[in-house]
Design a binder for this molecule. Structure first.
Ligand code: DGL
Length: 279
């Protein structure tokens, strides 16, 4: 782990992987911390959405695709920017790759700490149908939140709503209709963990529709952890990227995913795009 294989004249690079646009919420946090590095962003749009797939199919897919992508793009680090993928395949991926791999899991510990500080006895976990059922998630709850009540909601549609939102569609009526019954069912549940990297893309909408709730995601914590691992593996100064930060966007499906290019340009990213051909 931690070998520095990049050309000394090139900025080191980090590969961010997700099924779709969700990892952009992690990329954004990473950009706040690391400015000289090059990012590759790979979306497995051919298999999107992950949260509705069978575990055995998904695990094989994630490991094979990430191993191929690392061989091809030669990043110095991989961020598995997907809760659905991390709660299933993180150990297998770490075993299969020689570079550091950082995963994203629901911020159960943070939410439990927040409840303790504020005298609350329950919080909600909003994630994909796959993530809410995982034994990894059970273990997180048992380890960090066994003293509070955790209400889980596995949403089959929020991931798609997030993608549609960044492509410019008004998803407010659907979002409201979808989540309000769950929130009404648990009137004292005022803290919600966003256990999917797509959901922070909807944060502004969550906050304006339900201003009394606190929405907790893993983005900042993951970026901090990734930065720590990165600094441990790369003690040499990072050469500054010529012309500013760059991200190369890759996807596995047939069509260019909509909305991504505009989203990246909004936060000042120079983006090059290329579909990702699998062997
Ligand atoms: N961004 C992924 C996650 O964090 C979404 C999974 C999906 O494609 O359903 O879980």
């Amino acid at each position: 782990m931690g070998s520095t294989t990049h050309d000394a004249h090139q900025p080191p690079s980090i590969l961010i992987f997700d099924s779709g646009a969700g990892g952009l919420s992690i990329l954004q946090e990473m950009r706040r911390k690391l400015t000289g590095e090059h990012f590759d962003y790979l979306m497995d749009t051919a298999f999107f959405p992950y949260g509705n797939q069978r575990d055995s199919v998904l695990e094989k897919r994630i490991v094979e695709l990430c191993v191929t992508a690392v061989a091809k793009l030669k990043p110095d680090m991989l961020i598995l920017a997907c809760n659905t993928a991390s709660t299933l395949a993180l150990p297998h991926l770490r075993a299969a790759l020689e570079i550091p791999v950082v995963g994203v899991v629901p911020a159960i510990r943070v939410a439990a700490g927040y409840c303790d500080l504020n005298g609350l006895s329950e919080f909600g976990l909003l994630a994909t149908p796959a993530t809410v059922q995982r034994s990894y998630t059970d273990q997180l709850i048992e380890d960090f939140a066994s003293h509070v009540t955790v209400h889980r909601f596995g949403s089959p549609i929020l991931v798609s709503l997030a993608e549609r939102h960044i492509a410019g569609e008004n998803v407010v009526p659907m979002l409201s209709e979808h989540l309000q019954p769950w929130l009404d069912q648990h009137p004292d549940m005022k803290t919600i963990v966003l256990g999917c990297t797509h959901y922070p893309l909807l944060r502004e909408l969550f906050e304006s529709l339900w201003p009394q709730h606190t929405w907790i995601d893993s983005g900042e914590a993951v970026a901090r952890q990734a930065q720590k691992v990165w600094r441990q593996a790369h003690t040499e100064p990072t050469p500054s990227a010529v012309g500013g930060p760059t991200t190369h966007l890759h996807w596995t499906g047939l069509d260019e995913p909509s909305g991504i290019r505009a989203y990246l340009s909004e936060f000042g990213e120079q983006t090059q795009i290329a579909s990702f051909s699998e062997p």
